[in-house]
Each structure stands twice: as structure tokens, then as C-alpha cells.
Design a protein around this ligand. Structure first.
Ligand SMILES: *Cc1c(COP(=O)(O)O)cnc(C)c1O
Length: 392
């Protein structure tokens, strides 16, 4: 009998009971517009502000007024980068610093800003998938408007030295943004202590539904409006609020950040078992640093294996996972993240990301370990390059 094992929590997560119950009244009964003054409108307003306070608390923001609700993590990234860069351009700041292995929400935004005349420095990462804060320091110019470095990488799970980079930016007087979509609930985040000026997060990676995110923006940072319109989000992002999504995000943030060490321990137990056992398969390698990684992330390359074929065979056994190879991204090139840590194309193509989450069990892990090694074996038997590798 096949199990169903969802091991792609870095792609999205299931809505939790906690979040679902918080949302229920707002699906049908509590439908008031938060901008109105009668009681059901006031209820919606209170729900939005309560959610804002929960997000602020989870990040240790100085005030809930520093939280803006958005439509997704991608929107938050767009807003942070474009909003700050364009606001500072008038002051002669036309330089942006980011890294080569950001999510496309940042990379493609940076490329769009290059077309507007901004210069962008893309900081490299080392073979473990880590950024050297000194490289960021050296790249800062008098014209630098903003530095944007992701907190944790979505593919290989590496956690970046964000407090150190925050300190460098503060000392240089440069605005610092971090895409923390993957880090939320996995890493202790304190925007004040870690000198983070802007931070992006997304609901669906932490058991809220898809279509809601938030941007933290420290008071005093100049940020262009994202959507001109009504007075929602203090006039910076117009449009009637997504009350249902916002309530869900507040509950999800509260729940995800309740016990980060406990969550890490549980995830680590599962991923340690996966990593230790999968590395016993010959000609495999773990991508990303073994220690400085998200507790729920496993990213392994199997030589002479095609990523898509592997995903399809896992799917036939009821296992959902991701790979760093071509078709998923709609291009022939393997993942830019795997290439950035120096993997040759053919090895990057044979990469598998398993991301465990709150609903993953040790039985799921055992099932993966039972099913995966024979699949690797089958695929290698079919591979024309496998024999060559074995005879080396
Ligand atoms: C998922 C993800 C995003 C995009 O968030 P959406 O809400 O899906 O738009 C951005 N950055 C990282 C690191 C992510 O993992």
C-alpha cells in the first residue's frame, strides 16, 4: 500500500487547524469592510489590527504600524526593493546589492531595476551556500540605496549571517532588506536586535492559505507606495483588505513562532535520519552547509540521475518532493542556486529537495528511505553515464 507523503513544505504548506479555525468566522458571517464604522466593519478592522500586532510581536518590531499586509512574499520583495530604490534615487542613490542565489522574486526585481538605470552588485556564495558578510561590506558604495540578502535559501536551506550583515549596513547607513519567507518559524528573528530595516514574509509557507504576505518596514525608512488608492495600509497599499487572509497570517505567525527550538528539534531528528541514510548511497552529496541550514531542509544530488524522472517515480509512490532541475522552472538550465554553489550542470540536474514540516512524521521518513534508494538504483541502471562513473 502506498502512503501519501508530502515532503515539499518549502514549496507550500497545508492550512493548519489552528489557522483554519481562526479564519472560519470571516468566510461568511463577519464580512464587514474594515473601512466602515458600524459594528461588523469595526470587527473586521479589529481583526486586521490584531493580526498586525501578532506579526509585529513575532518579529519584535517596535510597533504594529511597521507591518504592511501584501498579496504574497513576491509582492513584499518587489515592494521593498522597488519602493526603497525609487525613493532614494532622487538623492543620487542608484546602486543595489543583493546575492546571486536569491529567490526570483528578488533577482527578477533587481533585473527590472537595472533596466530603470540602477546598478546591481550580485554577491557570490561559497560552495556551502553561505554569504561572507565581508563581501557585502566591500560592495557598499556612497551611492548604495539598499542591500537585500535572503535569510534562508529556499532550495538548499542555508541560513545566512543576517545579524552581521545588518550590523554592517547600519554602520554604513545603508537600508537593509531580508527575504525571510523561508526563515519564519525556523529561525529566531528580532528585527531590532538584528538591524533589519525591511523584511518579507509569506503566509502559505507557514500554514496560512496562498495569497497573503506581509512587509515589515522600520519607521523612518522612505518607501514609495505600492498601490495608490484608498487609505488602506496607511495609504501605502490601497485596496480593500483581504481580511480572511490577514486573519490567517496573524494566526499562522503566532503559531509558527510559538516554539521555534521545539520545532527545530522535531525537524532535525527527521532530516538527520534522511541525510545520514541517503548519503550512504554511493555518488551522492549534500548541498548546502550541514549545520547552518533550515532544520526541515534536505537537498541531495545523485550522480547519473535525472531530477524529473526521480520526481515522477516518487510521485507514483505517493511522495511529493522538488528537484533542482529543468522542467519545473520551464527552462533548460538547472537551478541558479545549485549552479551558484559550483555544481556542474549534470549533477545539479540530479538534485532532490525534501522539505519536512509540522505534519511530517517519522513513519513518513521511514517510507521515503524505503522507497527512494531502489528508485535511484533503477534510474542509474537506465542511465548511459552511470557505467562510466562506476568504472572511474
Ligand atoms: C516562496 C518564496 C517566495 C515567494 O513567496 P510567494 O508568497 O509564493 O509569492 C519568496 N522568497 C522565498 C525565499 C520563498 O521561498
Amino acid at each position: 500500500m502506498n502512503r501519501f507523503v508530502y515532503a515539499d513544505n518549502a514549496a507550500t504548506t497545508q492550512v493548519s487547524d489552528y489557522v483554519y479555525n481562526a479564519m472560519l468566522p470571516f468566510i461568511k458571517e463577519k464580512y464587514g469592510n474594515a473601512s466602515t464604522i458600524y459594528s461588523i466593519g469595526r470587527e473586521s478592522r479589529e481583526a486586521v489590527e490584531e493580526a498586525r500586532a501578532k506579526v509585529a510581536k513575532a518579529l519584535n518590531a517596535a510597533s504594529p504600524n511597521e507591518i504592511y499586509f501584501t498579496g504574497c512574499g513576491t509582492e513584499s520583495d518587489n515592494w521593498a526593493l522597488k519602493g526603497v530604490a525609487r525613493a532614494l534615487k532622487e538623492k543620487g542613490k542608484n546602486h543595489i546589492i543583493t546575492s546571486v542565489f536569491e529567490h526570483h522574486a528578488i533577482l527578477h526585481t533587481a533585473q527590472a531595476l537595472e533596466k530603470e538605470g540602477f546598478e546591481v552588485t550580485y554577491i557570490p556564495v561559497d560552495e556551502k551556500g553561505l554569504i561572507n558578510p565581508q563581501d557585502v561590506k566591500n560592495a557598499i558604495r556612497p551611492t548604495t540605496a539598499i542591500v537585500s540578502i535572503m535569510y534562508a535559501n529556499n532550495e538548499i536551506g542555508t541560513i545566512q549571517p543576517i545579524p552581521e550583515i545588518g550590523k554592517i549596513c547600519k554602520e554604513a547607513g545603508v537600508v537593509f532588506h531580508t527575504d525571510a519567507v523561508q526563515a519564519i518559524g525556523n529561525v529566531e528573528i528580532d528585527v531590532q536586535a538584528q538591524n533589519i530595516d525591511l523584511l518579507s514574509l509569506s503566509g502559505h509557507k507557514i500554514h496560512a492559505p496562498k495569497g497573503v504576505g506581509a512587509l515589515y518596514c522600520r519607521k523612518g525608512i522612505k518607501l514609495q507606495n505600492f498601490i495608490d488608492g484608498g487609505a488602506q495600509e496607511r495609504g501605502h497599499r490601497g485596496g480593500t483588505e483581504n481580511i480572511l487572509g490577514i486573519v490567517a497570517l496573524g494566526a499562522a505567525m503566532e503559531d509558527a513562532c510559538r516554539d521555534i527550538p521545539g520545532r527545530n528539534r522535531k525537524f532535525r531528528e527527521m532530516t538527520d535520519k534522511l541525510i545520514d541514510n541517503l548519503l550512504k548511497i554511493p555518488h551522492t552529496r549534500l548541498n548546502g552547509d550541514r549545520e547552518k541550514r533550515l532544520a526541515g531542509n534536505v537537498n541531495i544530488s545523485f550522480e547519473a540521475v535525472e531530477g524529473e524522472a526521480l520526481l515522477l517515480m516518487l510521485d507514483a509512490k505517493g511522495i511529493c518532493a522538488s528537484s533542482g532541475s529543468a522542467c519545473t522552472s520551464g527552462s533548460l538550465d538547472p537551478s541558479h542556486v545549485l549552479l551558484s554553489i559550483g555544481l556542474p550542470h549534470e549533477i545539479a540536474h540530479g538534485s532532490l529537495r525534501l522539505s519536512v514540516g509540522d505534519f511530517t512524521t517519522m513513519e513518513d521518513v521511514d517510507y521515503i528511505l524505503e522507497v527512494l534508494p531502489p528508485i535511484i538504483n533503477t534510474l542509474r541502471m537506465m542511465s548511459p553515464v552511470w557505467e562510466k562513473i562506476c568504472n572511474q
